[in-house]
Design a protein. Sequence first.
Length: 298
Amino acid sequence: SFLLSGSPGMSRFHRWAFFPCCLMYLISMLGNGTILLVVKANRRLHQPMYYFLSMLATTDLGLTLSTLPTVLHVFWFGTGEISFPVCLTQMFCIHAFSFMESSVLLAMAFDRYMAICCPLRYSSILTSARIAKIGLGMVCRSLTLLPLICLLRQLPFCRSHVLSHSYCLHQDMIRLACTDYTLNSLYGLTLVLFVILDSVLIILSYTMIIKAVVGITSREEQTKALNTCVSHFCAVLVFYVPMVGLSIIHRYGKNAAPFSHVLMANIYLFVPPMLNPIIYSMKNKPIRKGLLRLLCQR
């Protein structure tokens, strides 16, 4: 078994950390669940953009529920013992949903590109059947993490079994192996490169979107086109900026305080699922109208 430490050297503050964690989990589950209900209840929102938004809300819910049991148990009860199979399962779920979220953000960037750069072909290309295939492709893509689990199961762990977070992460577990884990690291790096490729393609999409918007003569139409991208652009920043920060601190912050590693990892996993529904509720008028209509019906 492994022992989840939560925040190394900060165990006396775990009870205090429990309440903000609970609040973030509550906002995340309530917000993403509401997004799914609003899209399902309002037939006007049965469009490609909102199908992708529903996928984003689903991955955020999955990411939230993946970390919820161990985080609350560590911070409230102060005990973080977890068996190896359960730790592997949690690790797979966390990385799989993170991988899927990157794929969803890429699909949403493609949706915005088609809507602005090729509006006449939008409805013929992004059909419901094609969106379902894209969703299935995202799930299959996340299953590429399964070989990582198989490789990890073969590693012997004879060092300290104390993990530095309140949940199981791949980069945290392989450091405890007492044998060469180069193959495991290389496979993990390959998966990270896929996420980097997603970010590059998103940047490319926005480059072409901005180029198309600059070509629009009407100032009002330019503003209207860009406004449809604001929510997605904010979601991209909320997801990728903490990811880059976490990667940098893991690679170059070896002399940094352990708490800084834990803080960045928690921001990466907790903040995007909490902020995404807030961003889309604030910046997306059809979502706000759908929410008000749903509340009035209730």
